[in-house]
Design a protein around this ligand. Structure first.
Ligand SMILES: NC(=O)c1ccc[n+]([C@@H]2O[C@H](COP(=O)([O-])OP(=O)(O)OC[C@H]3O[C@@H](n4cnc5c(N)ncnc54)[C@H](OP(=O)(O)O)[C@@H]3O)[C@@H](O)[C@H]2O)c1
Length: 437
């Protein structure tokens, strides 16, 4: 049974970008929060790896420890905030904190995308909150709207731009005409991209968020390994240019759908989004999530998906919620989650953009088009562009196809055979197209 109290002590695991911002935000906002809720919040313990690192927070040195046990075992701590990242020891520490009756707030998408349901069960078992608004789309309220405001809604689709780094890179490629590597280098110099950008640019980060979103939106257990993901490192200025001429923007989207038979389709890939779609106008490092519900229609949530303070803002909202529940000796149940049936991407259908380089000689177009036809992939439009290059047996040309809706498996089979043709010198980007233009 949780303790009933109005004075709430917070123990923080980690004092990096998010942890330090949270400590400052608690200090700035504590008086207002107390006036509005009657709860007095105070950060009393902070675990870090190094005590010698300089930190821009005004807490006494004795609040810091390198022993994570000091935070989760401290009987004076009521709410544990986990902002250290990684799976272990974060998972183990959260379970221990919950078992000892402490509410937990975490921003850890990697952990939740792999162990959410185990952690939810521990929270319900212990009768204390586990809240994680900041784990998806940073400062943008999304988890609480999905769990609470939309609980009576039949949500069929949640899709969005949930990685700011890749959105920044694609925006610069579109608006400045930069190459992928130029845009990545700028993102790294601004601190938007890590030195090893793989998690962002190859879609792992967005995939983890898609797993969490699907679990919450559809009430079924989806883990990171269920999500098929492709990144943006293969996108070229040519793709951006063609997309723009055809009336589209290229965006890295996380797409989470509940299909008619109750199975789910959850995937992350670069997508051609029509210019008129609200997600097409989301620029720079901003995030936005589009929700389609049966009764409510379309909703969009927009804002800063990362950064210390935006993320800490979401964490603090959860801390206040958890503290209010502790004061009332209650908690928000997360419910039970059956394993989702996640449809393989091969079974899904889209319209496709396909970029090929070929030798420009008689008969080539017919043989390429013939292969599409053999696999039942119908061509909607085709554009040919001469390339400033000679091949051994002719000049080079680029062919850009837009298909009608086709099954992914049939498109993949077509591409495999196209790669085997002598006349096809390169198969470039293959992008899924959503919406009509
Ligand atoms: N940054 C964002 O914009 C953002 C947005 C959404 C979600 N998140 C999530 O928030 C979490 C934190 O991110 P961040 O950017 O704040 O990370 P960060 O800057 O790398 O900070 C991590 C902090 O945890 C401490 N730490 C790590 N392992 C520890 C251990 N074993 N024992 C004690 N302390 C340990 C580090 O201590 P030292 O300082 O001593 O090294 C550091 O203070 C991650 O799960 C991340 O995915 C971040």
């Amino acid at each position: 049974m949780a303790r009933v109290k109005d004075s709430v002590n917070i123990g923080v695991l980690g004092c990096g970008n998010v942890g330090a911002a949270l400590i400052n935000l608690v200090e700035d906002r504590a008086e207002d929060i107390e006036a509005r809720t009657g709860l007095h919040l105070e950060v009393t313990r902070v675990a870090v790896r190094s005590l010698s690192k300089e930190r821009e927070v005004s807490l006494p040195a004795k609040a810091f420890t390198t022993d994570v046990e000091d935070v989760v075992e401290d009987p004076g701590v009521d709410v544990v905030v986990e902002v250290m990242g990684g799976i272990e020891p974060a998972r183990e520490l959260i379970l221990r904190a919950l078992e000892s009756g402490k509410a937990v707030v975490t921003a850890n998408k990697e952990l939740l995308a792999n162990h959410a349901v185990e952690l939810f069960a521990a929270s319900d078992g212990a009768g204390v909150d586990l809240l994680f608004e900041a784990a998806v789309a940073g400062g943008i309220p999304l988890i609480r709207p999905l769990r609470e405001s939309l609980v009576g809604e039949d949500v069929s689709r949640v899709m969005g731009i949930v990685n700011g780094t890749t959105n920044y890179i694609l925006t610069k490629m579109t608006e400045e005409g930069w190459s992928y590597s130029e845009a990545l280098a700028e993102a790294q110099s601004l601190g938007y991209a890590e030195r090893d950008p793989t998690a962002d640019v190859e879609g792992f980060d967005a995939g983890a968020k898609a797993a969490i979103i699907s679990t919450i939106a559809f009430g079924q257990k989806v883990v990171a390994g269920d999500v098929s993901h492709e990144g943006i490192s293969g996108i070229t200025p040519t793709d951006i240019d063609f997309a723009r001429r055809l009336g589209y923007q290229i965006k890295l989207l996380a797409l989470c759908d509940r299909l008619e038979d109750g199975s789910l389709a959850v995937r992350v890939h670069p997508t051609m989004v029509p210019d008129h779609h609200p997600l097409a106008s989301v620029r720079d490092s901003f995030n936005a999530v589009f929700v389609e519900g049966d009764a409510v229609g379309d909703l969009m949530f927009f804002g800063r998906g990362a950064g210390g303070f935006p993320t800490a803002s979401a964490v603090l909202g959860d801390v206040v919620d958890a503290a209010a529940n502790l004061a009332k000796a209650t908690h928000g149940s997360l419910g039970s989650f059956a394993k989702a049936r996640v449809r393989p991407i091969d079974d899904l259908s889209y319209r496709y953009y396909i970029n090929l380089e070929v030798v420009d000689r008689p008969g080539v177009l017919a043989s390429v088009a013939g292969l599409f036809g053999e696999h039942g992939v119908s061509i909607r439009s085709m554009e040919q562009q001469a390339l400033d290059r000679e091949e051994a047996d002719g000049t080079a040309a680029r062919l850009i196809f837009i298909t009608h809706e086709a099954r992914e498996a049939d498109v993949r089979a077509t591409l495999a055979e196209l790669r085997g043709l002598d006349s096809v010198t390169a198969v470039g980007s293959v992008l899924r197209v959503i919406g009509a233009s």
